[in-house]
Design a protein. Structure first.
Length: 459
């Protein structure tokens, strides 16, 4: 099939490359000339495991091309996907200017029947708005507007696209339905469903799914905080809960809050939709409140240990991306932690396998970006883990202990076992578990009676 993708961000590039992988002819369109030049050279502007291999192969086979011209890009297209940014405004509303702007441009150049697909996450009713823009210049016989939300998980997006749990398509047109079914059939050969529904239900499904998953995460973060007070181990609680078939094991890991491009924006947008419809969706509002507080929890643990004034203290921060296997730092908890440390007078040395360049654009020279995870430990008072990259799971603990000024780890992702940390002699703070107290002493002293001093680590 002949496919056009407008927008080469995360969703657009993954979608376009994966459509090409099954034999479709794909044209990706973007106004950013620098990005298009990079893509034509076979270089991906984002990090996503496996994407670079597929991109290189499909460019070589000439199944995917790139252009800055909308007219040229859609010239032969049967289906045009809108994979455009919809950033939230101050009130949480998705900004539709790019989606509606491109729809207006399309209305000037479409000259044959074309299916226009909203691939971006958009508010309920957006398909109708796009259709209304197209209707200003086009006869209804020349287009159909479809909602086709994406459910890609960053870090495994290629696998998710090629082998989806389900495909959701919102359309009231039989003609559009047949084209979309033909397009997605190669991806559901193992029997996973394509769900056809009305456009509004499709748009709502995306928000509902992400908000529910965010709710599970926030519930477990609240349980973790309660476990700390009760002397329980949230890991054991998680296992006990997850074994219940009605609950399941996924999205029950506590931490320092969710981030990324989807959960924060989608939960916020669902809450706004409810307010606009005069419905008090208290649960969703609470999810946002819990997540905002959870992002501050690791910083609070550090200040409880070292005091509110961190002047003269330096911390090693491992992990900057909002999750492993991505360079995406949107709403990443690590950003909030770094701001807290800097504002309290402390310094930060950090390492992340993929996200450092993006974070450097925010903090510049105010943060030291290390060559590797051990370089980040040099002359630091403690190690803080924010993103659970695989390479952090089994490090050289002896090297960590010898490099840090004293053996203290603040783990926002519960990467290590309490037994291991106690055996190795670390002072170890995690989420939803008891603090491991070490008998080791350090020459460093604390001036204001901190938690670590009280526990005999810094005396």
């Amino acid at each position: 099939m002949q496919i056009a993708i407008v927008g080469t961000g995360y969703v657009g590039l993954v979608s376009g490359t994966c459509f090409a992988e099954t034999g479709n002819n794909v044209v990706c369109i973007d106004v950013n000339e620098e990005k298009i030049a990079m893509l034509r050279a076979g270089k991906s502007p984002i990090y996503e495991p496996g994407l670079d291999v597929l991109l290189e192969r499909n460019i070589k086979e000439k199944r995917i091309t790139f252009t800055t011209s909308l007219a040229d890009g859609i010239k032969n297209a049967q289906i045009v996907f809108l994979a455009l940014p919809t950033p939230p405004g101050e009130d949480g509303a998705a900004d539709l200017r790019y989606v509606l702007g491109v729809a207006d441009d399309l209305s000037k150049i479409i000259d044959k029947y074309t299916v226009i697909v909203n691939k971006s996450t958009v508010p309920v009713g957006t398909a109708e708005k796009v259709a209304a823009v197209l209707a200003k210049r086009l006869d209804k016989e020349l287009y159909d507007v479809v909602s086709n939300p994406e459910f890609l998980r960053e870090g495994v997006a290629v696998e998710d696209f090629l082998k989806p749990d389900r495909v959701v398509v919102g359309t009231s047109s039989e003609k559009a339905k047949k084209l979309m079914e033909e397009l997605y059939q190669p991806y559901v050969r193992q029997g996973n469903p394509i769900y056809f529904m009305d456009e509004r239900s499709s748009e709502m499904t995306k928000y509902a799914a992400n908000s529910y998953l965010a709710m599970r995460i926030s519930f477990m973060n609240e349980m973790a905080n309660l476990c700390e007070k009760a002397g329980a181990n949230v890991d054991m609680v998680r296992i006990g809960m997850g074994s219940d078939g009605r609950i399941g094991k996924r999205f029950l890991f506590p931490g320092v809050g969710y981030g990324g491009s989807c959960f924060p924006k989608d939960v916020q947008a669902l809450a706004l939709t409810a307010r606009e419809l005069e419905y008090d969706f208290r649960l969703v509002n609470t999810v946002m409140e819990v997540n905002d507080k959870q992002k501050l929890r690791l910083g609070r643990k550090i200040r409880e240990a070292f005091g509110t004034d961190l002047t003269g203290r330096t911390f090693a921060v491992w992990g900057l991306a909002f999750k492993p296997e991505t360079d995406d730092i949107r709403e990443a908890p690590a950003l909030e932690l770094i701001r807290e440390i800097l504002e309290a007078g402390g310094q930060v040395r950090t390492y992340d396998p993929e996200a450092m360049a993006n974070v450097k654009k925010i903090f510049g020279d105010n943060v030291y970006f290390a060559n590797d995870q051990y370089d980040a430990l040099t002359d630091t008072d403690a190690l803080v883990i924010v993103t659970e990259w695989s390479e952090f799971r089994n490090p050289d603990f002896d090297r960590i202990q010898k490099t840090l000024k004293f053996p203290a780890i603040f783990d926002g992702r519960n990467v290590y076992s309490l037994e291991k940390m106690e055996e190795l002699g670390f002072y170890y703070e995690s989420i939803g578990r008891t603090t491991v107290h070490t008998s080791l002493r350090s020459k460093i002293t604390v001036n204001n009676g901190s938690a670590i001093r009280e526990r005999g680590v810094l005396d």
